[in-house]
Design a protein around this ligand. Structure first.
Ligand code: VAH
Length: 317
């Protein structure tokens, strides 16, 4: 059966739902470090698990007869810069615990997300290639590039079927992101509906690689379903979907909510954003396992507003 680690996070909530739709609710155990409460009831069967506790992870894998792990728990770029060594410990030790348990328990497949944050200021800004130079500026990026090398090591040395994609900034309406530099692209939708004004923490011309969550989840499932012999990248696949500036996103939302007012007050996250590519080349993913995004900025904006309006309408009732 399947274990999702970090099931309460921005990706985890949606990946848990998608995996349950595909394999059945009882085939997927959701876990996160939070204790069981009313929020976790939405993703039950749920187990509290701190991925830094290797023994607890191993016991859970044995008890639930886990064969696949989707390990999503991590500290993101902005939060990581506030507490570098904590971010390194959680991101690195968490992954190593998963890889070791997977090896010892002979698990069938592991998924682990990397990020375009593995690229730094000396990587190509436009259409950054799969083999672009990776000198990350953030601890988060360092933990992701190190993690990619560990994934490849466990594949080559132990034959562990670990697969990974370098997610761009992810935009979704289900669970709020936590501590990312691209979170502005989610917050702006909520503020557009709630207050009609948004103060963006990045400059208006900041252009970053982004992906709509529906596409990100589909990419993950398609990668995991691809025949092993088609997988030529055992570090992590570049993934691309959208690329837009903060101003372009604001303008797209204003087509639906003309009264939206956006101001731009760059903060410490600007330096992180400026260190990343503005767009990504994902030719290798397209060639190896047929990746193709479906959502452009227009479709994404419509889908986000539609679902958030419903969400806020429910709250109002
Ligand atoms: C972050 N959302 O902002 C994550 C992601 C490419 C950005 O890694 O840290």
């Amino acid at each position: 059966s399947i274990l999702v680690i970090g099931a309460l996070g921005q990706i985890g909530t949606e990946l848990t739902a998608a995996l349950r739709l595909k394999y059945g609710v009882d085939a997927v155990t959701a876990s996160d470090r939070h204790p069981v409460n009313e929020k976790t009831s939405y993703v039950s069967p749920y187990v509290q698990l701190n991925v830094l506790d290797k023994a607890a992870l191993q016991a859970l894998v044995q008890e639930k007869e886990i064969t696949h792990i989707y390990h999503l728990a991590a500290v993101l770029s902005a939060t990581g810069e506030q507490n570098p060594l904590m971010a390194w410990d959680i991101n690195m030790q968490g992954l190593l615990n998963v890889l070791e348990v997977a090896r010892e328990e002979k698990l069938e497949q592991i998924f682990w997300p990397s990020s375009i944050a593995v690229f730094g200021p000396d990587a190509p800004k436009a259409d950054c290639p799969q083999d672009g130079v990776t000198n990350p500026s953030t601890v988060y990026g360092i933990s992701k590039i190190a993690g990619e090398q560990w994934c490849r090591y466990y594949f080559e040395k132990y034959g562990l079927d670990v697969r990974s994609v370098r997610y761009p900034g992810l935009i979704s309406y289900s669970a709020p992101p936590g501590g990312g530099t691209t979170d502005y692209a989610v917050a702006i939708f909520h503020e557009a509906i709630k207050t009609g004004s948004y103060e963006c923490f990045l400059a208006e011309d900041t252009r970053l690689p982004m992906l709509y969550m529906d596409d990100a989840i589909r990419a993950t499932l398609e990668l995991m379903d691809a025949p092993a012999e088609h997988i030529s990248i055992r570090t992590s696949y570049n993934l691309s979907g959208l690329s837009f500036s903060a101003a372009e996103l604001a303008a797209e939302i204003q087509k639906h909510i003309p009264e939206l007012k956006v101001s731009y007050q760059p903060d410490s996250r600007q330096a992180i954003a400026d260190s990343w590519p503005q767009s990504i080349d994902d030719t290798v993913a397209r060639n190896d396992w047929g990746w193709k995004p479906k959502f452009d900025v227009g479709l994404m904006t419509e889908d986000m507003l539609l679902n958030l309006n419903d969400k806020y309408a429910e709250k109002a009732n």
